[in-house]
Ligand binder design. Sequence first.
Ligand SMILES: *Cc1c(COP(=O)(O)O)cnc(C)c1O
Length: 388
Amino acid sequence: MRFLYEELLSLKSRNLYRTLKTVEGPPASRIIVDGRECILLSSNSYLGLAEHPAVRAAAIEAVSRWGAGAGGSRLISGNLGLHEDLEREIARFKRTEAAIIFNTGYMANLGAITALAGKGDVIISDELNHASIIDGCRLSRAETRIYRHKDTEQLKEILRQARGHRRRLIVTDSVFSMDGDIAPLPEITALAEEYGAMVMVDDAHATGVLGVRGAGAADYFRLEGKIPVQMGTLSKALGSFGAFVAGSRELIDFLTNRARSFIFSTALPPAVIGAAMAAIKLVENNPEIRQKLWDNARYLRAGLEKMGYRVLSGESPIIPVLIGDDRKTVQMAGSLRGKGVFAPGIRPPTVPPGTGRIRVTVMAVHSLYDLDEALDVFEKAGKEVGVI
Ligand SMILES: *Cc1c(COP(=O)(O)O)cnc(C)c1O
C-alpha cells in the first residue's frame, strides 16, 4: 500500500494536506480549539441553536421518552411517532403537503436525485453545487449537464437541447456553501415551467436563515408552491442533525419507496429529532435571533471590506474572504488561529483553483465585542501574511 504514502506526500507538497482540529465544547461564540480559546467564525450553527438551552432540553427529553436509538430503518421497525411529528412540523413550516426526513443532507441529495432521475434523463446542475449533489448526479446514471454559476442563459440553452430526454431535473443550492450567494430562483423556476423541467433546491444554508419566516429560499423569494423538491438540513442553522425533503404528498410517497438512502439506513435517533422540533419552534417564534444574525453579518462584512479585503459579494452569513494563493490561504488561517480567531482556509478541490479563501461565517450569538476583536485580528493577520 505504498500509494498511501505517495499520495499523502503529494498532498503535503501541494499544500493540500488536511488535518483535524479538536474542538472542546459546543459551537458557541467562543470555543477551545486545540487547547486555545478562539472566536468561532466557522460554524454553521448560524443562530446559536446547537448550544441553546431549549434545544438541548428537548434532546434530553426525547431520549428520556423514546430511548437512545430508533432500532431500525423507517420502513421496518424504526418509524417512531416522533419522526412523523417532525415531518408534519417541517411540512407546516415549509408550507408543503408533506416532508420526509433523511439522515444527513448528503444522503438526502443522494437519495432524492437518484430517485428522480436515471438512465435517459438529464440533470442540469450549477457548477458550484455542493459535493453531495455532484455525487447524486454521478450515482443516478442520468446525463449531467453543468451550467456556469447562476448563468440562466446557459441553463436555458441546455433546457432547449434537452427537450428529447425523458425527464429534466434542474438542481441548485439556494445559498451556495462556499460563496454565500443566492441562486436566481425566480428565473430558474420560470424556465423550468417553460421547458417542463423539475426543480430541486438545496436549502442547507437557507433553512432557518432566509425568508421572513426563516423557512428558506421559497420563503425568501415568495416562491411557495413553485419549487417542487425542497431539500433542507436540520444540521446547520437548526443546530441538530439530519435533513429533509419537502414537497407534494405524491413526491414524499415516491421517495419513501424509491430513495435508497432513506430505505437502507437506520432512522435518526430521538435526541436529534427532539432538538430539531425545538429549533423550528425557536426559528418561528423568535425572528429577532435572525435579525441579529443579519446585523452581525453586515457589520463583519463591512469591517473586512473597509480594511481592504476582497470579500465575495452575497447576502448571507457566509462571508468568503478571497486570498487566492493556496499557501497564503494556509498561512492566513494559521495566523488567524494563532491570534485567536477560528476561520479555516478553504482550498481546492473544495473551491476552484486560485480562489483559496478564508470562509468566515457569523452567528447570531456573536456580540459586537466579539466581532470587533475578530476584525482587529484580521487586520494584524492580513498585514503579517501580506494580503492587505
Ligand atoms: C452541508 C451541506 C449538505 C450536507 O448536509 P449534511 O447534513 O451535513 O450532510 C448538503 N448540501 C449543502 C449545500 C450543504 O452545505
